[in-house]
Design a protein around this ligand. Structure first.
Ligand SMILES: [Zn+2]
Ligand SMILES: [Zn+2]
Ligand SMILES: [Zn+2]
Length: 268
């Protein structure tokens, strides 16, 4: 495995983080799905409603892909476009509760979609930019803008692909100390990966209460560069002595106390 690979791409780290209870978003590639009719049985069998959205369990690759639902038959002339649903809203619940065996809805994750036009001999008509269902919008609690169309939603789905990676590379959120917001878990995972062994002096810490003495250092000094190749698992003594800036940092405050504590417990 290339050493420059971002740390969160490491399979071992991923499973480690998962075992520690962190949710790692899987980067599922966006795949345009064939538009299909949906009846209640389909909903029971392979459609999942969560507070994040509506998902199709794709039998082909067993992935859950986010979709939207819309009315299969519509009076396009009289009522305009049907709205699209992204949550198990009142309307969708009514459909499920109706017990009907008809395929009243269609599922899709693309734009345009097609609708059977009840005002025109049930002809299949291609339509774009369906409006968002108002109930669904309320349920999504401001996650989307009220005038988001189905085309916008599809764009969001496409961009959500590799969202985890993008969050790391692009919209890096930084805390007040200049570390990325997910630094705590990256740092912890990195130290776990190195089994609390200092990469400089080789000291290995087994006592879980002493694991705080093992720290993750950014080699190039850039606190948002969390690539594996830029990280180093160091005991606090090696860390404190790595350069003048660190020496100054560890000469005062809590750092100094922790360092002294360490030097007493683990003399050189
Ligand atoms: Zn809805
Ligand atoms: Zn060390
Ligand atoms: Zn450091």
């Amino acid at each position: 495995m290339a050493n420059d690979e971002p740390i969160y791409k490491f399979e071992r780290l991923k499973s480690l983080l998962k075992s520690m209870g962190y949710r790692i978003d899987k980067a599922i590639g966006y795949k345009p799905l064939k538009i299909e009719d949906v009846d209640i049985n389909d909903i029971r069998k392979n459609i999942k409603f969560t507070d994040k959205g509506i998902f199709l369990i794709d039998e082909e690759d067993n992935q859950e892909r986010q979709i939207f639902l819309y009315k299969r038959n519509y009076r396009l002339t009289k009522y305009g476009k049907p709205s699209f649903h992204i949550r198990e809203c009142q309307t969708i619940q009514d459909f499920i509760n109706s017990g009907t065996l008809k395929s009243e809805y269609r599922r899709a994750n693309t734009d345009p979609v097609s609708v059977k036009d009840m005002d025109n001999n049930m002809q299949e008509v291609e339509i774009r930019n369906l409006p968002l269902c108002k109930y669904c919008m309320n349920m999504a609690l401001g996650e989307y803008s009220a005038n988001m169309t189905s085309a916008d939603f599809v764009e969001i789905l496409k961009r959500a692909d590799d969202s985890y990676e993008e969050a790391q590379n692009k919209d890096i959120e930084v805390d007040i100390f200049g570390y990325t917001k997910d630094w705590t878990k990256i740092s912890l995972a990195y130290r776990e990966l190195h089994e609390y062994t200092c990469e400089k002096c080789g000291l290995h810490i087994t006592n879980p209460f002493d694991q705080l003495f093992m720290q993750t250092h950014h080699k190039n000094g850039n606190k948002v560069d969390n690539r594996q190749s830029n990280l180093q698992c160091l005991c606090i003594r090696c860390h404190a002595n790595i350069d003048a800036r660190h020496k100054a940092n560890f000469a005062r405050g809590g750092n100094r106390i922790t360092l002294e504590d360490f030097n007493t417990k683990y003399p050189q």
